[in-house]
Write a protein that binds this ligand. Structure first.
Ligand code: AGP
Length: 633
């Protein structure tokens, strides 16, 4: 979704802004722009489409300005046209603003401003902000608090943001204050990077790490003034806040393709390492049933586990699929009743409050607006209730530094690192790993599994990195070839049962996201209750038939599809004669304990989606209309 960058310092700003925007491209966007201050004027250039279009417009223009803001826009209000691209300016073109989020009361504000003579040029909600700031500069509504008396521009931004409703992050420059870059955050991410005599801001850290590892994540209701001399932070009420940056441990190399054609493929190949990383982080490698210490250590306080009766998982998209596997594990291994809800549904129709309930928010970005809002709502509605109903919140994410990290007191860091491809792959596998660890931890504490069974499952998990590597090595070439055969296919059906039903959903979501082929996932047993009507020779069916309790059932369901002429593709156990006789195409994976099978069955489906999309020549990493972090409702 939209991206913000800002710079103030001693270097020419425009190249730094463009390079920063390139680092945010992965989030998805449809237009871009930058604004700088030079010779008492704002120089603003915007372009529809890819950043290259903006680069072309800027080519040959000498611009030594040392302050500027930049933006990649993902359209919410108004079409993806140049006139709607950010930065937006006031009538006199003295103030320029970039914004992420949505100003919910923009219609009222726009009307008020129009009545005062402000003319608008775009259809966006954002354009009210520069006009509002200009209005407050010209006519301050009250005397500035003592802390801000010497900063009229900052004070005007402070007064303006206090009139905005919704979730937003902004960066603002002013032709009359060429040494000040003002930023503000309310429910949309924004961080400040600290350099030597130069400062940066960005809505996501990949734009900062090429310059500095000293990063300060802003919190809701904060605004900051960046000058070449330093950073001052204030609350929206005008109180000065003392804060220091922390040091990011990231390696800039993780945001490079490293020889892979796409980030998605690189991230698929990173999955064995991700599983290893999770095992190292959560488990003691020498643990076995003879130990009297817990098999898993998630770093959570003992009180976290006390009187735990229920779990509710809130998430969206792929993270919701990880939540479905989490439910299976928590119920089947730890015996805890668990429900999984779409965060976007839960926030307006929450389940009745139950006692001793753990609420888990799962999100790779840590910034998904619906998930954050659902968690905040849950926290709020429980806080005045009796002790047993008090909020007990846990976040599962690979971005502990995100807004999620500020909202919930407990985080399981999935250690997957940043993911650039819009289609989630390694972050999904990492979220599922976190659920294995949590389910085993709770099962151990509640004595729901024997130590020998825990040892068996942990032993199986330790085999997985090598087994995923084997699937990648043995399958990729074949799947690349197979993908050629679906050049004209318009619909796919994915079937799975039990712990692999969420993998059917995930396989279908991956395919539709990046190949734009219509795909649906169903529990295999449900096919005959309706979807079977769709089947004919033109609709391939992918069935996940892993060894275990539902293997025969899935094979029977696959036969039902075959009887309707569907081409059958099976994700099956390796060297399985029955599967070889049933399916037209085989995507075999090593035989593992059924409870562990999703971590293997998902791999060929990721590769299938990837190669079908790549074969069609589509933009795999930045599919149309999608964004890596969905920061609006
Ligand atoms: C996954 O491939 C999708 N891009 C999307 O469904 C995603 O999982 C969803 O938007 C939730 O994102 P989150 O994990 O960052 O909360």
């Amino acid at each position: 979704m939209c991206g913000i960058v800002g710079y103030i310092g001693m270097q020419a700003a425009s190249e730094i802004l463009l390079a920063g925007l390139e680092k945010l491209e992965y989030r998805g966007y449809d237009s871009a722009g930058i604004a700088t201050v030079g010779e008492g004027e704002i120089h603003c250039v915007r372009a529809k489409g890819k950043l290259q279009n903006l680069r072309s417009k800027l080519e040959g223009i000498e611009n030594p300005s040392q302050i500027g803001i930049g933006h990649t826009r993902w359209a919410t209000h108004g079409k993806p046209e140049e006139y709607n691209a950010h930065p937006h300016m006031d009538v006199a073109q003295r103030v320029a603003v970039v914004q992420n989020g949505i100003v919910e009361n923009f219609r009222e504000l726009r009307l008020e401003l129009q009545q005062k003579g402000h003319e608008f040029k775009s259809d966006t909600d954002t354009e009210v902000i520069p006009h509002l700031i200009a209005e407050h500069l010209a006519h301050p509504e009250s005397a500035a608090p003592a802390t801000l008396a010497s900063s009229p521009f900052l004070e005007a931004v402070r007064q303006a943001v206090n009139h905005l409703e919704g979730a937003f992050a902004i960066a603002v420059i002013n032709a009359d204050y060429p040494d000040e870059l003002i930023v503000a955050r309310q429910q949309a991410p924004l961080s400040i990077g600290f350099g030597q005599g130069e400062f940066f801001c960005a809505s996501d850290t990949p734009a900062l790490i090429p310059h500095t590892r000293a990063v300060l994540t802003m919190e809701n209701g904060e605004l900051a003034k960046l000058t070449p001399l330093g950073v001052e932070i204030y609350s929206f009420a005008g109180d000065r806040i003392k804060k220091s940056p922390r040091t990011l441990t990231w390696n800039p190399i993780v945001v490079e393709k490293q020889g892979f054609k796409h980030f998605m493929l690189k991230e698929i190949y990173e999955q064995p390492g991700v599983v290893r990383g999770c095992l190292e982080a959560y488990t003691e490698s020498t643990w076995d049933a003879s130990h009297d210490t817990p098999p898993v250590n998630l770093g959570l306080d003992e009180s976290f586990y006390e009187n735990l009766d229920r779990v509710q998982i809130l998430a969206c998209g792929t993270s919701w699929h990880a939540g479905l596997i989490g439910k299976y594990l928590l119920e089947q291994l730890a015996g805890i009743p668990t429900m999984v809800q779409y965060a976007s549904e839960f926030r307006y129709a929450p389940a009745p409050v139950t006692a001793n309930t753990l609420t888990i928010g799962v999100t790779q970005s840590g910034e998904t607006a619906d998930t954050l809002a659902a968690l905040a709502m849950e926290k709020e509605r429980r806080k005045s209730l009796k002790p047993e109903y008090q909020p007990r919140l846990l976040g599962i994410t690979n971005r502990p530094e995100s807004s999620l990290g500020y909202l919930v007191p407990n985080i399981i860091d999935t250690h997957a690192g940043i993911e650039i491809g819009v289609a989630a792959t390694k972050t999904f596998v990492a979220q599922v790993m976190a659920f294995y660890a949590l389910a085993l931890d709770v099962a151990y504490r509640r004595q729901m599994l024997t130590l020998e069974r825990i040892q068996e499952i942990l032993g199986g998990l330790r085999q997985l990195p090598g087994q995923i590597e084997l699937v990648l090595e043995s399958q990729e070439r074949y799947i690349e070839e197979l993908a050629h055969e679906f050049g004209d296919t318009q619909d796919f059906i994915f079937l799975g049962r039990g712990i692999n039903f969420p993998i059917a959903l995930e396989g279908a979501l991956k395919l539709k996201e990046i190949s734009y082929i219509h795909a649906e996932g169903y529990p295999a047993g449900e096919m005959k209750h309706g979807p079977i009507a769709l089947l004919d020779a033109k609709v391939p069916v992918v069935a996940i038939a892993m060894a275990g309790s539902v293997y025969d059932k899935v094979l029977s369901n696959a036969q039902e599809a075959k009887a309707r002429d569907a081409r059958l593709i099976g994700v099956t156990p390796m060297d399985d004669k029955e599967a070889a006789e049933t399916f037209d195409d085989l995507l075999p994976v090593p035989v593992v304990d059924e409870i562990l099978s999703p971590l293997l069955s998902v791999i060929p489906l990721q590769l299938l989606a990837y190669h079908i999309a790549a074969r069609r020549g589509l933009d795999v990493d930045q599919p149309r209309n999608l964004a890596k972090s969905v920061t609006v409702e």
